[in-house]
Design a protein around this ligand. Structure first.
Ligand code: PLP
Length: 174
C-alpha cells in the first residue's frame, strides 16, 4: 500500500467495528497513536493504551470484546521491546482474534512476528526497507484469506492505492 499509515489504517479500520475494543501499545509511531486516540473512538471503537512490555498490563486490559492486540516493538521512538510470543499466547488464550505487530523498526532481518504467533504484521516501507527516505510505502502481511478480504477496502476504498480488481472473473490492473 501507499504508506505505513495506509497499512495501519487498513487493519484498524478494516478489522474493527463499532463495539469492538482494541488493546494497543501506549508508545507508538505518532501517526498510529493519534489515529487510535482521536479517530477510533469517533467510530465507536474503544481503545486501551497499555505498556505492552509488561504482559500483566496487557492481561488486565483484555475484555470480552477485545478483538485486536496491537504491539509496536521496538516502539518508535523509545525502542521499548515487547515479548511478541508471550503476548500472542496470552491474547489467544483470552480469545482476542487479531494479534498485530508493527515491526517497522525491527525490519524482517531482526524479527519475524508471524513465526512468533502474530496474525498480521505491518511495515512502513518508508523507513529501513526503503532505506533512503525518498519513497513511501507500506505492507500488511497475513493469511491469504484475511488479506483477500481486506484488499479492496484497503486499496480502493481507503485510497491505499489501487492494486488489482477482479471484474466478473477478469483481472483488471489499475
Ligand atoms: C514511520 C512509521 C510508520 C508510518 O509509516 P509511513 O510510511 O510514514 O506512513 C508506522 N509505524 C512505524 C513504527 C513507523 O516508524
Amino acid at each position: 500500500v501507499a504508506s505505513g499509515m495506509a497499512a495501519s489504517h487498513a487493519l484498524l479500520a478494516g478489522r474493527l467495528s463499532a463495539g469492538d475494543h482494541l488493546v494497543i501499545s501506549d508508545t507508538n509511531y505518532v501517526g498510529t497513536a493519534e489515529l487510535v486516540r482521536d479517530s477510533l473512538p469517533r467510530w465507536g471503537i474503544e481503545v486501551s493504551p497499555v505498556d505492552t512490555s509488561d504482559p500483566a498490563e496487557v492481561a488486565a486490559a483484555v475484555r470480552p470484546n477485545t478483538r485486536m492486540l496491537w504491539i509496536e516493538t521496538p516502539a518508535n521512538p523509545i525502542i521499548r521491546l515487547s515479548d511478541i510470543a508471550a503476548l500472542g499466547t496470552l491474547a489467544k488464550e483470552a480469545g482476542v482474534r487479531d494479534v498485530v505487530v508493527d515491526s517497522t523498526f525491527a525490519t524482517p532481518m531482526a524479527t519475524r512476528p508471524v513465526e512468533l504467533g502474530a496474525d498480521f504484521v505491518v511495515h512502513s516501507l518508508t523507513k529501513y526497507i526503503g532505506g533512503h527516505g525518498d519513497a513511501m510505502g507500506g505492507a500488511v502481511i497475513g493469511r491469504k484469506a484475511d488479506l483477500d478480504a481486506l484488499n479492496l477496502e484497503a486499496t480502493v476504498h481507503y485510497g491505499g492505492v489501487h492494486r488489482r480488481l477482479e471484474v466478473e472473473g477478469v483481472e483488471v490492473r489499475l
